[in-house]
Each structure stands twice: as C-alpha cells, then as structure tokens.
Design a protein around this ligand. Sequence first.
Ligand code: ADP
Ligand code: ASP
Ligand code: MG
Length: 400
Amino acid sequence: MIKAMKFGGTSVGSERALRSLVSVVRQDQAGKVLVVSAMSGVTNHLLALMREERPPSDAVFDELLWKHTSAVQPMMPEEALGDLETKLRVRIGGLRQALERYQEPSSRTNLQDTVSSWGERLSSLMVASVLRSNGVDAIAMTSEEAGIVALGTPGNGTADLEATSRNFRRTVLPLVKAGKVPVITGYYGCDADGRPITFGRGGSDYSGSVVGYALDADAIEIWTDVDGFMSADPRVVPGARNLREMDYGEAAELAYFGAKVLHPRTIEPARKKRILVRVKNTFDPQSPGTCIRENKGAGGKLLKSVAAKGDLAVVKVYSSEIVYNPSLVMHLLATVSENGSTAYAISTSLSTLAFAVPSSAARNVCERLRRYGDGEVEFVVPSEKANEVVRKLHDKFIGV
Ligand code: ADP
Ligand code: ASP
Ligand code: MG
C-alpha cells in the first residue's frame, strides 16, 4: 500500500498543526510520500516582496528563518534544530539571490514562479526535519529532485504525468521501497529547461494528485483545515455539512467552479488511474472526511454542495445567424479564447451565444467579438454577490 499525503498551508503553519501532522504520519503504516504547501501566509508574502521596488531587508529573511524554526523547535532536539537552521539559511540565501536578480526588469517573467515557489522549498525542509526528529525516516525533496515535469505557461502549469512517472521510478519509488518518507515540495514542477512553473494558486492539491498518479498510489489524501468536502464553504455558510462520499465528476466540477478546498485540476490525475481521493482534517484526524471516487449517484441527493466563482462576467452575442451558421459559433469561441482567455461556461439559443469569462477580460473579449459582422455584443457583470447566492441556494436546497 502506497499513499500520497498532501498537507496544506494551515496544516504546516503552526506548532499545533505540525504536532498533528507528525502523529498522523507516525500512526500510518502504509508506504507514503508527503507533498507540502508553503506555511500559510508565506506565498502571499513572497508575491508581495516581488511588488516592492527594492530588494527586501535582512529582517525579512530573518523573519522567514524564525517562522520555520520556531514552529518546530519544541518538537526537536537542539542538534537537529541547528542542522535544520543551517539548511534553511542556505536555502533562504537562494531566495535572496533570486529576489536580487528579480530587480533586473529583463529577468522578471522568468523569475516570478521561481520566487513564488520558495515557500514550499522552505516548508519541505522543515517538515522532513521535524519528522526525522520524531522517528520517521523522512527526506526533503524539491520538485526538481523528484522530477515533477511541468508544461504550459508560468503561473498556470500542468504536469506531464507520464514524464513525471518515469522520473519517479528512478527518484522517489526506490526511496519508498527502502522505507523512507520523501517530503516533496507542492505547487510547482519544472519545464524542459529546468525552470520552475507553478500550477496556479492552491496548486499543491494538484501536486498531491500528480504524485499519487506517478507512484501508482492506492490513495491520495488531502489534509486540510476542515472536516472534508462540505455542502458549501463553511466560512460562507456556517451550517455547511460534511459530505462523506462524492463522485470524481461532482468534486471536479465544484472545484472548477470555486470550491477552494481542492485546486480545480486535482481530480484529473486521480480519476485517470481511479485512485481514491480522501479529504481529511489535520486538526481532527478521527473525523471521517470525504471519499472521492468513481461513485455516480453517491449519497442520492440531487444537490449536495454549492460553490461560487466570483469575478466572472457574461459576454453575450446577439445575432440571427447563430442557429443557421454553425461555423460562426466556432469562430466566436476561437475569438473568445485568443490571448488565453478561458470561457468557463457557454450557452447558445436561437439568436444568443453567451460566454462566462473572467471580468478582467470581458471588455477585450467584447472588442474582439465586434470584429464579426453586425451582431450586437455586450457584457454584464452579475449584480448579486457570489456569497449571497451561495447562502440562498444552500438554504433553499440543502438546508441546515
Ligand atoms: P489548504 O491550505 O489546506 O490547501 P485551503 O484554504 O486552500 O486549505 O482550502 C481549505 C478551505 O477551503 C477551507 O478552510 C474552506 O474555507 C474552503 N472551502 C471552500 N469551499 C469548500 C467546501 N465545499 N468544502 C470545504 N471547504 C471549503
Ligand atoms: N503555496 C501555494 C499557494 O499559496 C500553493 C498551495 O498552498 O497549494 O497558492
Ligand atoms: Mg489549498
């Protein structure tokens, strides 16, 4: 039995969380590979540093060192803590260099993903050290060392599952077979030139699933700060309930449309190999969590969970041609997708074609569409706040 266990930002973000992580990992007899996020707040901090005009002061780097040592200090003997501190100092030195190079306008685009992946590079060292001090034979690995291969554009990468699997047979699997527990950085992989490409915000869930795929794992566990996949975001609907069972399709659609508990693409690699995905609470490991698998009709309820994606606008094209000229629809869709804009949803009728696109792209999309014939084009931004709609739908169809 082999498992991929992904621990999120809050799950590695405090002494309390790390104590729980250690106890969960120790109790589990399966062969396992951990995938870790940055400690909560660290990725946001790194992104903020890149917006500053000057390189950060020493205090910023000292603070990072302190954050990654103070959380584990009560759980580690002095010598092991000293060893962790040395490793962290070297790695923080790498961040300092990357941020200095980032000052050069010509290297900015190249370095954005490198800098934003640094939180995971620090947390993986910390988690592996605290595990080692507590009897688990853990080894920190970066995505480069493990061989997670990424394709696509910076900030929005996708893993090359087959290339990653080939690498893992050489790098990660032999370690697991020897009883070791690799602790791999989530959130990014490397492209053919060895450059880090991140998988988008919240991308460590996707990394967890990619690692599960590459290991041919029996289960992928997503350890987070709530009891599982719920009937809505509990921060928006305090009475939201936990779902015990879900089908891959349900979880994937909800994640795609805004359920932040899973990165939108987490389910893809798992579903390809029919690997069970379990969402579990690091702060209450006894709680059953949610099992996501091939399970059509799981739970029997028509409506199980409500999610919302804010910041979308609806672009509408009115033209009498739509229903009579199918190739027009194809051209309009191609026009919407130019410049990488995503159409999140599409609907057609006799004379209207409507696309849900990110609000930031709506004006440009309309301008491009106006190039086509004499149809009318407009966009509307929903007036109701997404969270209010979620509460209303939850009250009406799911209840407390
Ligand atoms: P992690 O750092 O573990 O990846 P995230 O903050 O990314 O954690 O995701 C967990 C959060 O997702 C929860 O704290 C919760 O507020 C939010 N969330 C949104 N939708 C849901 C949902 N349907 N079920 C559970 N949690 C949800
Ligand atoms: N640390 C990254 C982020 O904050 C990835 C993750 O947490 O999943 O987006
Ligand atoms: Mg997350």
